[in-house]
Design a protein around this ligand. Sequence first.
Ligand code: NAD
Length: 398
Amino acid sequence: MADIITTAPDGTLRVPDEPIIPFIPGDGIGVDIWPAARHVLDAAAARHGHRIAWLELLAGQRAYDQTGTWLPDETVAAFRHHLIGIKGPLTTPVGGGFRSLNVALRQILDLYVCLRPVRWFEGVPSPMRYPEKVDMVIFRENTEDVYAGLELEAGTAEAKRLIDYLRDEFGWQVRPDSGVGIKPVSETASKRLVRAALHYAVQRKRRSVTLVHKGNIQKFTEGAFRAWGYELVREEFADVAVSWEDCQGEPGDRILVKDALADVTLQQVITRPDDFDVIATTNLNGDYLSDALAAQIGGIGIAPGANINFVTGHAIFEATHGTAPRYAGLDKVNPGSLLLSGVLMFEHLGWQAAADDIVAALEATIADHIVTYDFARLMEGATEVKCSEMASAIVDRL
Ligand code: NAD
């Protein structure tokens, strides 16, 4: 019988035989990729004795057209109640009170980890010489940094007041015609993010965690993120991990925790991708890094994502690309990003075998050169198929 997912007192998920999982198909190409991804997810689940009771929620353009609001309260309440959900891309309202519906959902549910695994699937066109060396998992802090939205527009009375205050109280000279933003980075948010990355690294037997920051310039925000990360390793993970600073010789079977400047990282993920494994980083660095890494393994059409609060158990899995309105309804685009986000969701639910099956079937489909237009134009001898046909080809190979 269909039932809701709950958390046990120790924080682990209790997943019933037939969990109710809310979904938002998404705007634009959501009409294409959601049915395709769902087709594969349902088929893989069924092969392993699972069933999902899907519950459709309204958000984005469709919600606006039907209800006059972009993110109805019932949708937020349903995600809160059911803990786990999945969504396609949503149109960002222009001047609609929200900076972005995705950012709003992350903040309302305090989904403090943005999880982006980046790995290459054999046969996928890549600009890298050795794409098989790309296998990283990014933990991007999702709630603060310049994304906190603390900005004042140049020329407003508020900006002037703040600029005057900074001059009078701190002696800081800010040009009077400046826009001003505040970048908060807290010990609380930094440590819970690094904690999640370390737990993941321990569970998945990964080799290293790299703290990526810009601490040489922003000492008390980015630099503090690095320092708090290392402090956490000593405080809570000394038996399973060791920091670069404390490591005399080899780390042995402990996870090595190191750090790298964001600019250097953007260079080295290209020149030495196998030096990176799990990455924990602040919000803006994580944003740049996830897109740069997605480009190495075939682009945003195939890069999955999740936003998770590991304490409350809330998680929303989502396509990392936008609504690509030019392609909407053409049954043309790659369903890979949303499908692989569903794979992440299955792993999160503990349905590892079903998740592994989908990955293997996707690999087999690509190995047979059956791909959507975005890959077909970069591959020799490819058979270009529609979005829905790609899903059927994957299901055939489950
Ligand atoms: P976009 O990601 O929608 O599209 C950019 C280009 O990427 C497309 O033209 C297409 O060539 C390619 N592309 C995207 N998804 C693809 C897929 N599945 N398969 C193959 N190719 C794909 O970015 P945009 O055009 O800047 O944004 C369009 C809208 O989406 C805006 O309203 C934006 O705010 C919104 N958006 C939403 C999200 C989200 O919901 N997570 C993320 C980014 C942008």
